[in-house]
Design a protein around this ligand. Structure first.
Ligand SMILES: [Zn+2]
Length: 161
């Protein structure tokens, strides 16, 4: 059986006047992620984990920030495009595990919604997606909620093995 692990990481600054999105779910916050697309750091980390596991490059290659098409892009749509390529290469997703680092807003109240949103976009079971929220204990820019960091790890299995 051919299985592969993938790791993704992303970071976005938090600024006034933007939505705070994680996994396609909007969190109540007076600040949100700056970025060329909608800034959903969690989805971007998931995309990189999936592409990395399949050996298909990374998010910057697939969706270059220099291209106008991706300005304010819906990251859930980017995820579907990227995962479509992973599936076309013969891979199926076994599970996905994620960490979001941010002191405020708290991720926990949104966890089930975020898991459902990701599971739906990837067409896998709710129990195959997990998301943990971690604070940075007030330390550094993440601790001051000036940014949000997301990490994702995934396991893929090739259908021909
Ligand atoms: Zn990003």
């Amino acid at each position: 059986m051919m299985i592969r692990v993938g790791l993704g990481r992303d970071l976005h600054r938090l600024v006034q006047g933007r939505r705070f999105l994680l996994g396609g779910v909007q969190l109540a916050s007076d600040r949100g992620e700056a970025g060329h697309s909608d800034g959903d750091a969690l989805i971007h980390a998931v995309i990189d984990a999936l592409l990395g596991a399949a050996g298909l490059g990374d998010i910057g290659e697939l969706f270059p920030p220099s291209e106008k098409a991706w300005k304010d892009a819906d990251s859930l749509e980017l995820l579907k495009i990227a995962f479509g390529q992973v599936q076309e290469a013969g891979w199926e997703l076994i599970n996905l595990d994620c960490v979001v680092v941010c002191d405020t807003p708290k991720v926990l109240p949104y966890r089930e919604l975020i898991r459902r949103s990701l599971a739906q976009a990837l067409n896998i079971g709710f129990d195959a997606v997990f998301v943990k929220g971690k604070t940075n204990e007030g330390l550094g820019p993440l601790g001051e909620s000036l940014g949000v960091e997301a990490l994702a790890v995934c396991l893929l299995k090739h259908k021909d093995s």
